[in-house]
Design a protein around this ligand. Structure first.
Ligand SMILES: Nc1ncnc2c1ncn2[C@@H]1O[C@H](COP(=O)(O)OP(=O)(O)OP(=O)(O)O)[C@@H](O)[C@H]1O
Length: 663
């Protein structure tokens, strides 16, 4: 947390994080604005040029990144093959012309000669086209992998995944990372190759067409211009906008289904299946509404382009036929004129012919650009400041810290000053919603909206235990080792190398260590319960097969394994019985130097040396009181004790002195 007020904060972690649905609703609203922007921006040819420009800027990240030598080599190979295959098509047109002329002249010898040439072209073309397709696939695959890795790194770096969700500024980042990257890369390749191919073939057939009839060439230009104007003016904006909207709505529907799967048990207990089904149907209806409009507009576009394309089969013949009847040109020239006309015309119609790809590219470019901009704009968490400079015993220190909620910017409490030293244990209490968990968010660095100075323990020396522990996918071993200490992987790391990084962290702990940690957490029998599934290596959906209390004890086992200096517990024993709670806290004291707990239960008091009590204020900016546990107990339960520091004293931001230095 810096010294100035800011509004860049993010929402709560763990069990109290804002729901994806809420963020998505907000994102949907913000995306409607983007949709309008896309619709606005898609109105004409100039906008397509703008799309291409933006897509090129996005592509540059890859072609000038750490993979650039291989990326550029593959790209050059792909473009070379594109040029070669295009040249083969020109040769093919001449062979075909000779064949047609020989046929119409009943020239048997000429016909077979043309057939041999034709076979020769096929012998070269068949392997070349196969290789061309292979290189295209390789370029797309490697580019997509690179871009996805970059997004994954940025998404999980600097807590961006958390902040994006909390701020609700982005819908479905998962879809952007998985699907939009693939579609973007494929669309870029398709458009690039179409351009290169069309420009080359236009260059080749331009001369052919001009040689046959300059008038035919002029007509070709006029015809293409007409087609492009009609298409972009009438279909451009509409289809681009609909494509964008379809992407967003499909992702939102999928997100709803994934969410229902994640919360299957709660939904079943609430008997909420009908409601969820209604949600899914509503999402489907919203997808359907866009898709109906989209298919209707595609039908209209196809109607136009079909008529437009079919005309190209007779228009050149109409123009060249009088010269054929006058005996000025041979029959083969008529067919070649048609072929050349269609080739040049399709090159000039690049926008019409790639309309769907271009409208998709516009939407995907927009979505990826936005995601990258938000991810790269996500500030790194405050660097862990070592507390050993001033006082080697000081593990954490807050000085005059005031906290505001992100987005709503509501002052929760102010002027908190607190030092945590070796052997300290603080219980944070106060009414629901007063900002107890927010204190942990501030210390963890995931909330930075507020003011004051925070010296937090280094991230790898502190462990946070939320009320609902996160159970990652994987084995029982993976549950215990979470969060693994994994260094930054190489951008080109293979799956095996990524797995290796996780295993090398795992190798820091022996099976005996894991069993011992489970024993302390009262879960010593867990591996044997899953013996048939592999014991420590059993892979289960752990949130489903462990009770809430067992999951909380797995979180304690993580702590007993890693021995952090400081532990932060947010109602981390809420699902445990008193005996287990007291067992966890008794072991906690032995496994870390200091801890801070948030909780409502009076039984917790016995395990803490101090109590930090937040007192909510109706006008915002609640006060706080810090006292020794026994004094708090006397005040609250013994009767007669004075409620120290409440109201004015500490709540006015000057409460730094009370209780400090005494512990
Ligand atoms: N991401 C967020 N954006 C805006 N307000 C938030 C956000 N997260 C939490 N709040 C609000 O901040 C206030 C404090 O939340 P916090 O979770 O710290 O409360 P708490 O004291 O731990 O409550 P409880 O005892 O019920 O768990 C609440 O009013 C909550 O609605």
């Amino acid at each position: 947390m810096g010294t100035d007020d800011g509004a860049k904060g993010a929402a709560a972690g763990g069990s109290k994080a804002s729901t994806g649905g809420t963020s998505d609703a907000k994102a949907a609203a913000s995306d409607d604005a983007s949709l309008e922007r896309v619709e606005d921006s898609a109105g004409g040819k100039a906008r397509f040029v703008h799309t291409l420009w933006r897509a090129t800027s996005l592509a540059k990240i890859y072609y000038s990144g750490d993979h650039k030598v291989r990326a550029r080599t593959l790209l050059a190979g792909m473009l070379f093959m594109c040029a070669t295959t295009t040249a083969l098509m020109v040769v093919f047109s001449y062979v075909q012309r000779d064949m047609m002329t020989a046929l119409s002249n009943k020239d048997k010898e000429g016909f077979y000669e043309a057939i041999y040439k034709y076979l020769g072209v096929i012998a070269i073309a068949a392997p070349l086209f196969a290789m061309y397709q292979y290189v295209q696939d390789l370029v797309a695959l490697e580019w997509r992998l690179w871009l996805t890795r970059l997004l994954v790194r940025e998404y999980f770096g600097n807590d961006a995944y958390f902040k994006l969700k909390a701020e609700g500024s982005m819908d479905n980042p998962d879809q952007r990372i998985c699907d939009d990257t693939r579609n973007f890369v494929n669309a870029c390749n398709a458009v690039l190759l179409a351009f290169v191919q069309k420009i080359l073939s236009m260059g080749a057939f331009f001369g052919v067409l001009y040689g046959i009839s300059p008038n035919l060439l002029y007509f070709c230009f006029a015809y293409s211009l007409f087609g492009t104007i009609v298409t972009t003016k009438f279909f451009g904006a509409r289809l681009m906008g609909l494509h964008y909207q379809a992407l967003r709505r499909e992702a939102t529907m999928r997100f709803g289904l994934v969410r229902a799967r994640e919360h299957a048990e709660s939904i079943a207990l609430y008997r909420g299946a009908k409601r969820e089904a209604a949600n899914a149907r509503a999402a489907l209806a919203s997808v359907a509404a866009v898709m109906y409009r989209r298919v209707a507009w595609i039908r209209n576009l196809t109607l136009f382009t079909n008529a437009y394309d079919f005309a190209t089969f007779c228009l050149p013949s109409l123009i060249i036929a009088p010269r054929y009847f006058a005996g000025e040109v041979e029959f083969g020239v008529v067919t070649q004129a048609g072929f050349a006309f269609r080739t040049v015309q399709s090159a000039l119609n690049i926008i019409i012919n790639n309309f769907e790809t271009l409208s998709g590219l516009a939407a995907e470019t927009d979505r990826l650009e936005k995601l990258l901009a938000l991810l790269s704009g996500s500030p790194p968490p405050p660097p862990p400041v070592s507390s050993t400079d001033d006082d080697p015993n000081e593990l954490m220190s807050l000085k005059d810290v005031s906290v505001r909620t992100p987005i709503t910017d509501r002052l929760l409490w102010r002027g908190l000053t607190l030092d945590l030293k070796d052997g300290d244990s603080v219980l944070v209490v106060g009414p629901s919603g007063c900002g107890k968990s927010s204190l942990l968010r501030v210390v963890a660095g995931v909330w930075d909206s507020g003011s004051g100075d925070v010296v937090a323990p280094p991230r790898d020396d502190a462990l946070f235990l939320p009320q609902t522990p996160y159970m990652p996918l994987g084995s029982l071993r993976a549950q215990l080792l979470f969060p693994a200490e994994i260094g930054d992987a190489d951008a080109t790391a293979t799956a095996a190398e990524e797995v290796e990084a996780i295993i090398s962290d795992a190798s820091l702990f022996t099976d005996d260590d894991l069993h011992a940690a489970l024993d302390v957490a009262g879960l010593g029998d867990l591996p044997s319960r899953f013996a048939n599934e592999g014991g420590l290596d059993a892979v289960e959906e752990w949130t489903d097969v462990l009770s809430a209390g067992e999951q909380q004890r797995v979180a304690f086992a993580r702590l007993f394994l890693r021995h952090p200096s400081v532990a932060f517990l947010d109602e981390a024993t809420s699902a445990l019985d008193e005996r287990n709670e007291s067992r966890m806290y008794a072991s906690l004291k032995k496994h870390c130097s200091a801890y801070v707990s948030v909780g409502h239960r009076s039984t917790l008091l016995a395990f803490h040396s101090h109590v930090l009590r937040f007192v909510a204020a109706t006008d915002g900016g609640g006060s706080w009181v810090l006292e020794r546990a026994e004094e708090y107990e006397k005040t609250r339960f013994g009767g007669g004790g004075r409620e120290k520091g409440g109201g004015k004293g500490d709540g006015d931001g000057n409460g730094s002195s009370w209780g400090f230095g005494a512990w």
